[in-house]
Design a protein around this ligand. Structure first.
Ligand SMILES: Cc1cc2nc3c(=O)[nH]c(=O)nc-3n(C[C@H](O)[C@H](O)[C@H](O)COP(=O)(O)OP(=O)(O)OC[C@H]3O[C@@H](n4cnc5c(N)ncnc54)[C@H](O)[C@@H]3O)c2cc1C
Length: 460
């Protein structure tokens, strides 16, 4: 429980204007983009540098007050929800691009910088960070590092972890560490940097990030392939991976979602299962790849193959794909949206899609299938009416069945959204005894358990 004297000490650290206990501020930081109920923090603190973060953590550790880092608030599993009150450390004002090392193609940023803003600032240098989460306009680099986020281009360019070279992190005790180096690779000791990437703010607060970025491609082109059924679309995804088509994105959308997308974004996409493919690179390489892709689509009974979009058309279609989660949300205003995120070996992807669709049809649930299909990353968003506990429980049962199935076929319970509150009950099933080791590491770094409690680990 935060006392008046704690607030005064926090004000002395960050300045009186950077601490709030006002209801509106507390409420704004009580949620993320998941369906989880709001949980009110007791104070919001906006730090502006690493030393302030260290002082806040020292105080919180001494007093046993929980601290939850909160950046864009766009998580889908309850990751930044302050379940035990305490302090929300709002990191989004630490949002500067600190340095560009053009020669090494590296940037140093504060954690609150938004993905799109970073790319807008380095575009004129012909550089970009390619990970492309669907929430690119709100997700911050701190949140992306903490969730090890990825996105549409992971199939070719990998996930956030692949771009993080170095971080400054403040431990719950207030100790400041620098992990990693500016070198492209390293075999120097335990990989503590990787431990912190994806730790969802449960081990410390990231206050500075050095990232590797890459050169903008010469050309980008896209195709949309239309299929009679989801099975053919999913098999096409598999064949693209199997036969080494080299897209920079390979995405899937089911027919119901295409319908919503057309309605909301003023598009005229064929209302069938669609595979979206993007290539980037040199003009002649793209032409070759496009022909190869067309062959594969035709072998899988594709009904149509749309190419030659203008940059504007392509960006409109890709934006629509990118915001699929919001499209579903806005077309079912007030409904509860249960987001699913599993990742399976690519050989199992088509079967997983079929399983998901059959299950939701049998249960009579509105479920939309999409995702970063080329990685075997399946998103299954369900919507259930508000104040209908029966339908909600059914939705949760279906979600659990999908996660169970992903595990049974050798996949993982979380492809990119992390564990947060939502997937904790599957952690033991996926990790077995290694969960004890994770718990021991957490206990070592955060002995008082103040950092983002109730996340990742199953309820005691
Ligand atoms: C429409 C939509 C589309 C999405 N698409 C994708 C997608 O394609 N791929 C994907 O991976 N995710 C996606 N997401 C999920 C989410 O946007 C990402 O996980 C994103 O990276 C979260 O960033 P954030 O800044 O919003 O972080 P937050 O939600 O604020 O926080 C995320 C986690 O990081 C911790 N944290 C935040 N800042 C720090 C810090 N400085 N130090 C330590 N811990 C910190 C928080 O405590 C929390 O556990 C999507 C979400 C939406 C709403």
């Amino acid at each position: 429980m935060i006392e008046r004297s704690d607030i005064e000490r926090l004000q002395a650290i960050v300045g009186p204007d950077n601490v709030s206990v006002r209801g509106a501020d507390l409420e704004a930081h009580s949620v993320d983009e998941s369906w989880y109920e709001p949980r009110m923090p007791e104070a919001i603190v906006w730090p502006s540098n690493t030393e302030q973060v260290a002082d806040v953590l020292r105080l919180a550790n001494e007093r046993g007050i929980s601290v939850v880092p909160w950046s864009g608030g766009s998580s889908l599993e309850g990751n930044p929800i302050p379940t035990r009150g305490g302090i929300v450390l709002a990191m989004y004002r630490m949002n500067k691009l600190l340095e560009v090392r053009e020669g090494d193609m590296q940037v140093v940023v504060q954690p609150g910088i938004v993905y799109d803003d970073l790319n807008a600032q380095i575009k004129r240098l012909g550089l970009y960070l390619p990970t492309a989460p669907g929430s690119a306009d709100v997700a911050t680099l701190g949140g992306m590092v903490a969730n090890n986020s990825s996105g549409m281009r992971a199939i070719r360019y990998g996930v956030t972890r692949n771009y993080v070279l170095k971080i400054v992190v403040v431990l719950p005790t207030g100790q400041i560490l620098t992990l990693g180096s500016n070198a492209k690779k390293s075999t120097s000791g335990y990989d503590l940097l990787s431990l912190f990437v994806g730790s969802e703010g449960t081990l410390g607060v990231v206050t500075e990030i050095t990232l590797r970025v890459i050169g903008l491609p010469e050309k980008v082109a896209a195709a949309v392939a239309v299929f009679e059924n989801l099975g053919d679309a999913a098999n096409t995804i598999h064949d693209c991976v199997r036969y080494s088509v080299d897209p920079s994105a390979l995405e899937l959308m089911d027919a119901a979602l295409v319908q919503l997308t057309n309605q909301q974004h003023g598009l005229q996409l064929p209302e069938r299962p669609l595979v979206f493919v993007e290539f980037s690179g040199s003009e002649c390489a793209i032409e070759e790849q496009m022909d190869y892709l067309k062959e594969i689509c035709e072998d899988n009974h594709c009904l149509g193959f749309q190419v030659g979009m203008t940059t504007e058309e392509r960006e409109k279609v890709w934006k629509a794909r990118q915001v699929a989660h919001d499209t579903i949300k806005f077309s079912h205003a007030g409904w509860r949206q249960i987001s699913g995120d599993v990742c399976v070996p690519i050989s199992q992807f088509a079967e997983m899609v079929a399983f998901t669709h059959e299950l939701s049809e049998r249960e009579g649930l509105a479920l939309y299938v999409f995702g970063h299909a080329g990685d075997g990353n399946l998103h299954t968003d369900m919507v259930v009416p508000p104040d209908d506990p029966y339908e909600f429980a059914k939705g949760m049962r279906v979600l659990d069945a999908i996660v169970d199935r992903a595990l049974a076929v050798g996949g993982t319970i979380a492809g990119e959204h992390g564990i947060g509150l939502g997937k904790r009950h599957f952690m033991a099933k996926e990790h077995g005894a290694s969960l004890d080791l994770m718990q021991a590491i957490k206990g070592l770094i955060d002995p008082k358990g103040i950092m983002n409690p109730d996340k990742i680990f199953p309820e005691a």
